[in-house]
Design a protein around this ligand. Structure first.
Ligand code: UDP
Ligand code: MG
Length: 312
């Protein structure tokens, strides 16, 4: 039996503090698999402004299995994942963060399940959210619940991007060439048999998280727009309900005036209804606008990333 190749794909943005340690940990973890597997590293430098790229160059100079690709600017983690998966040549691909929040020691265990063909992908989810703010945890839980309801893709609570995949799975992910990439949704959308493994949350080994609360909110909204059109249906449903109510009110008002001859009073009610209605209209105009904006970006067919330097 010929030896299989495992590609280790790592999106990195300003990770100079942890990259070396990450590499060492990975080498240690892969050591346990070296009897059955060869490996290659695909580091993606997502426009880092620190010494991340220098470390990649250094690593690839001393280890021929280290490949890297460097972007012309920061394109975001999703673009980094896409670039890494595109360059990966392995029969299996494992995707993990550079900050050691996705501990490489689990790779061996994950690999066992895809190696015997039982699963096409093994993904990790966090069992707890230790070391994460309360508010952040709360909204993140709500987001996953909402996402489950809105889209038909399977994204469990605490799902991470830490995942090992077969070649077939990777090719399917790459066949989705959309510009607005919500990888968590894409992984679920392509189907196949995925096993979810749990692990306790690990804090960053160094450096800082690139996500602010607002950027997470934006990420969530992008995810919803990318994987569900239900918000659009909501406006139609609400519109219908409001039409029905107003129809009943018209009949009621006419009948009331005919029987009691009471002229319609109520300036406050009028203002409230006008404000409510114009608010709702603007809200749904905004929602439609979101979908339109995404479609606009998609139609432009811009590249997901631009590489400035490549060593693959
Ligand atoms: N990352 C990236 N581009 C970005 C932001 C992040 O490639 O614009 C990488 C980052 O280097 C890390 C991974 O994505 O390897 C996860 O980022 P981070 O640890 O900041 O996110 P968190 O773990 O806080 O969700
Ligand atoms: Mg992290």
């Amino acid at each position: 039996m010929s030896r299989k190749l495992l590609s280790v794909v790592v999106p990195c943005y300003n990770e100079e503090n942890v990259l070396m340690q990450f590499y060492d940990d990975c080498i240690n973890a892969l050591d346990g698999l070296s009897e059955e597997l060869d490996h290659e590293f695909i580091f993606v430098d997502d426009g880092s402004t620190d010494g991340t790229l220098d470390i990649m160059r250094e690593l690839s100079a001393m280890d021929t299995t280290v490949k890297y690709i460097s972007f012309s600017r920061n394109f975001g983690k999703e673009a980094g994942i896409y670039a890494g998966l595109t360059e990966a040549k392995g029969d299996f691909v494992v995707l993990l963060d550079a900050d050691l929040q996705h501990p490489p020691k689990y790779i061996k265990n994950m690999y066992q399940y895809v190696a015997d063909g039982e699963y096409d992908s093994v993904a990790m989810k966090r069992t707890d959210r230790r070391g994460e703010g309360r508010i952040r945890s709360f909204f993140s839980k709500k987001f996953y619940r909402l996402m489950q309801k809105l889209s038909n893709t399977d994204i469990p609570q605490g799902a991470t991007d830490f995942r090992i995949m077969t070649r077939q799975f990777v090719d399917s992910v790459l066949s989705m060439s959309e510009y607005n990439r919500f990888t968590k949704g894409i992984f679920g959308w392509v189907g196949f048999r995925t096993m979810w493994m749990s692990y306790p949350n690990t804090e960053r080994a160094g450096g800082e998280s690139k996500w602010s609360f607002m950027s997470l909110v934006r990420y969530s909204l992008d995810g919803i727009v990318a994987f569900s059109t239900k918000p659009l249906i909501l406006s139609a449903v609400l519109g219908t309900i409001i039409c029905l109510i107003s129809f009943i009110m018209i009949v009621f008002t006419v009948v009331k005036t005919i029987i009691w001859g009471d002229p319609v009073a109520g300036y406050p009610t009028l203002i409230t209804v006008i404000l409510l209605m114009s608010g709702l209209q603007l809200l749904f105009l905004g929602i439609i606008g979101q979908y339109f904006a995404k479609a606009y970006m998609e139609v432009k067919k811009r590249p997901v990333y631009i590489a400035k330097e490549k060593h693959v």
